[in-house]
Ligand binder design. Structure first.
Ligand code: BEZ
Ligand code: FE
Length: 284
């Protein structure tokens, strides 16, 4: 019996109401959430006006959500929560390629393209040859790996942000490795771009003196039977936003070389190998 609600026992009073029949994990997560929420309000001595502003902000965040726009994920991304959840759940041994944020612009079932094909369909941007191998932790090639890639166009927009302006599937494609684990495709050198900032999250960033930009990157979803799923990017070295990515997605190991291409097939060449961890090796 915790007694009536007081300022001092507030979190305990709320958590004491969780019933015996509640799912154990739900009870653990919710009681920790209540403890931290109450500790936060106490730490800042939250005023009614601030509480109302917070409720209004969350209401607007929900109201702008649609089938095409998920403002709550954008909020989680810009608060660093998405990257924290990703880090907690994707601890990998040294040498394995690191994960980073998935982002909202992946589209399932992109066209499967022949190795070496181009993914750039709008004729814009500086052509770049992406090439490397998918390897296991022993350096052996992984055959039959699926490399699903996507990036923005030279104007800083994904095809799904500009239907009717960009060709469908512009700067997207899936490549399947052969026995040598190798992949190669022609894309463009991506450019840095702002995340959608015309809603409550954009207003929050502006109020905090934060910019909405992500450094230039190519997205990858690499999967192979028997291996942990890899959700990652490669970043363009030297990008001015590398150290201030608005969603905290940059890791040093993911900054890839972008050098002049000696084959004459593209202006740039970006080599990068992906190293996958076996499913049964555990995540820790
Ligand atoms: C992206 O890289 O596509 C992205 C990630 C998080 C929020 C917005 C965009
Ligand atoms: Fe992106």
């Amino acid at each position: 019996m915790t007694g009536f609600f007081t300022e001092d026992n507030s979190a305990a009073a709320v958590n004491a109401r969780i019933g015996e029949q509640a799912d154990a994990r739900l009870a653990l997560v919710m009681s920790a959430l209540v403890r931290h929420l109450h500790a936060f309000a106490k730490e800042v001595e939250l005023t009614p006006a601030e509480w109302e502003a917070g409720i209004a902000f969350l209401t607007q965040t929900g109201q702008i959500c649609s089938a095409e726009r998920q403002e709550f994920i954008l909020l989680s991304d810009t608060l660093g929560l998405s990257m924290l959840v990703d880090a907690i759940n994707n601890r990998r041994p040294d040498g394995a390629t690191e994960n980073t944020v998935f982002g909202p612009f992946h589209v399932a079932d992109a066209p499967v393209r022949a190795m070496g094909d181009t993914i750039s369909l709008d004729g814009k941007g500086e052509p770049c040859r992406y090439q490397g191998r998918v390897l296991d932790m022993d350096g052996a090639p992984i055959a039959g790996a699926s490399i699903d890639v996507w990036c923005d166009n030279a104007d800083g927009f994904y095809d799904v942000q500009q239907p009717g302006i960009q060709p469908k599937w512009n700067n997207r494609g899936i490549f399947i490795t052969g026995a040598d684990g190798a992949y190669e495709f022609i894309g463009i050198k991506p450019v840095s771009y702002p995340i959608p900032d015309d809603g409550p999250v954009g207003r929050m960033l502006a109020a905090l003196g934060r910019h909405p930009y992500r450094p230039a990157h190519m997205h990858y979803l690499v999967t192979a039977p028997g291996y942990q799923k890899l959700v990652t990017h490669t970043f363009v070295g030297g990008d001015p936003y590398l150290e201030s990515d608005t969603v905290f997605g940059v890791k040093q190991s993911l900054v890839a070389p972008f050098e002049p291409d000696s084959t004459g097939r593209a202006a740039w060449h970006s080599p990068f190998d992906f190293v996958l961890v076996a499913e049964d090796s555990g995540k820790d």
